[in-house]
Write a protein of this length. Structure first.
Length: 292
């Protein structure tokens, strides 16, 4: 399910980049998640009402994190290529264990520090313009930090029973965050059938379905396990940007993106197993695959 989610996410980068040329970022996000939240409220009304007060608070907090991350990422897309944005966003896979160590006091193996070095080098190849980081890349990196916090929060607080209700609450909060950001300039709506088609796809498939799927999946997977699956997102982003978005495949993209992807796999494949962890705490990959 998470692989399918990453493919959907990856397919949205070039669509969003085209759409925000006509519709401001905050306006687009506000309409997108308002539609997603309305549909989810109708379909999942009972699951929302069944949430406890604690679960509601968790959903509110996670929604704020995700909403701010979406704003930063979408504004960043106005100032950078879709393929580059996909790779920079994907660094949340490296940031997740780093923030887990800082906030949750998890031990970081040497492989994680190697991954941070590889990711930083890859980001420099992708993003540096002379001696400075581009505005779009900097905003996108900020969104990656927030996505990492969101992944940690889902891994810690999401349960299978509450996943559907949590996803719906998050959709409402994301819509509110975006509306607050959009209000000063008023709400601009898409003006053509093609723009509405793109927005509805991102609202229903990449919004409602993907948010529910991620929340449900992370109730079954620890954050680090989920992160290794999510490494496919920047690959899909570059694939769709080159195939349908009119972007060119460059040496810089291949080298920088390759380093970032290498970092993602290093941090998970070499560093995922905690010293002394039991099989229940850190199940073998084949057991995990069977469970999913």
């Amino acid at each position: 399910m998470l692989v399918s989610v990453t493919a959907v996410w990856g397919s949205t980068f070039f669509l969003i980049r085209d759409l925000v040329v006509h519709v401001p970022s905050a306006d687009f996000l506000a309409v997108r998640f308002a539609i997603a939240a309305a549909v989810m409220a109708v379909v999942f009304r009972r699951q929302v009402l069944a949430l406890s007060l604690r679960e509601l608070r968790v959903g509110l907090g996670l929604g704020v994190l995700y909403g701010l991350a979406q704003l930063l990422q979408t504004v960043g897309l106005e100032h950078t290529d879709a393929s580059v944005s996909g790779f920079v966003t994907g660094t949340y896979v490296v940031l997740t264990p780093v923030l887990g160590a800082v906030l949750l006091r998890d031990r970081l193996p040497g492989s994680t520090w190697l991954a941070v070095l590889l990711a930083t080098t890859g980001l420099a190849v992708l993003s540096l313009r002379g001696l400075s980081v581009g505005y779009g890349e900097a905003l996108t990196l900020g969104s990656a930090v927030l996505y990492a916090l969101h992944i940690l929060g889902l891994g810690r607080y999401s349960t299978a029973a509450a996943a559907t209700g949590l996803a719906t609450v998050q959709a409402f909060v994301i819509a509110v965050v975006a509306f607050v950001a959009a209000l000063p300039g008023g709400i601009t709506l898409p003006s053509t059938g093609g723009q509405w088609t793109s927005l509805l796809y991102m609202a229903l498939v990449a919004g409602a379905v993907a948010l529910w799927a991620q929340t449900w999946a992370q109730s079954h997977l620890p954050a680090a396990r989920a992160a290794i699956v999510m490494t496919m997102e920047p690959v899909f982003a570059a694939f769709f940007a080159v195939l349908f978005g009119g972007e060119s495949l460059t040496v810089r993209m291949l080298l920088g993106g390759g380093l970032v992807l290498t970092a993602m796999y290093v941090v998970e494949l070499l560093g995922r197993r905690s010293p002394g962890a039991t099989a229940e705490q850190d199940p073998p990959a084949e057991l995990l695959h069977h469970e999913v």
